[in-house]
Design a protein around this ligand. Structure first.
Ligand SMILES: Nc1ncnc2c1ncn2[C@@H]1O[C@H](COP(=O)(O)OP(=O)(O)OP(=O)(O)O)[C@@H](O)[C@H]1O
Ligand SMILES: Nc1ccn([C@@H]2O[C@H](COP(=O)(O)O)[C@@H](O)[C@H]2O)c(=O)n1
Length: 209
């Protein structure tokens, strides 16, 4: 079984995916972490982020690997763990350029499709491109202000600065961020995190009842 959870930046995808995965007793898979790790390694190596061939060779040379777990995904470059370095504002600012490269997208998609089922996959194009045959699909939204207020609890920047960065990332990610036609769209704005998780679980479990 594959459940996909897509949505705009900071809409709650990874928190919801983790909660749903824990309730179902399966891992979740954060596709965004692979794009973030590719960006971090590219920045550290001083590579121009639009040069796909050099970036891909660097990723492969560093044995980049995602470890999916229900409590939180981890990302490794060989023996070095990158996980805690992937949510900086610097990575946020560069990641959409890396994610726009078709060669990098194909590399990420291949990593994801090689993972053993079952899992919950979260990102932008999980329900459309990567796992179009998923059993259940969801798409999370919320206003930019609500998302920025939530994210401000995790970042040093002020709400307006965070809101501007989120809105810009949404714009740059537009191409790969359309909801699947068969996805259930959830506006998380008026809901608690637990409320969103319950709504997803109710839909996932309905066909099994
Ligand atoms: N329904 C909700 N109510 C309140 N807070 C929420 C809700 N959903 C998520 N949050 C909080 O919003 C923040 C962003 O959530 P999360 O990191 O899961 O989003 P994301 O979509 O995975 O982000 P990104 O796209 O940047 O990876 C977190 O602090 C999370 O706890
Ligand atoms: N399926 C995906 C997932 C992510 N991206 C790109 O990665 C960035 C970071 O993702 P988060 O989920 O951690 O926000 C995101 O802004 C996209 O540029 C993607 O293209 N496709």
């Amino acid at each position: 079984m594959i459940v996909t959870i897509d949505g705009v930046a900071a809409s709650g995808k990874s928190s919801v995916a983790s909660g749903v995965a824990r309730a179902l007793g399966i891992p979740y898979v954060s596709s965004g972490l692979l794009y973030r790790a590719a960006t971090l390694l590219g920045l550290e190596a001083g590579l121009p982020l639009h040069q796909a061939a050099a970036l891909l060779a660097h990723l492969q040379g560093n044995s980049l690997r995602l470890e999916p777990r229900a409590e939180g995904n981890r990302v490794w470059a060989g023996e070095r763990e990158l996980t805690l370095e992937l949510h900086s504002s610097r990575v946020d600012a560069g990641v959409s350029a890396v994610a726009a490269l078709p060669e990098v997208r194909a590399w990420v998609d291949a990593q994801l499709r090689a993972l053993p089922e079952p899992f919950v996959a979260e990102g932008r194009d999980m329900g459309t491109t990567v796992f179009p045959h998923a059993e259940a699909k969801f798409y999370l939204t919320a206003s930019p202000r609500v998302r920025a207020e939530r994210r401000a609890k995790e970042r040093p920047e002020d709400v307006p600065v965070i809101e501007a960065a989120l809105t810009e990332r949404d714009r740059l990610d537009t191409v790969q961020s359309a909801p699947a036609p068969d996805a259930q769209v959830i506006d998380t704005g008026p809901l608690t995190l637990e409320g969103v998780i319950e709504e997803v679980l109710a839909s996932v479990r309905a066909p099994l009842a």
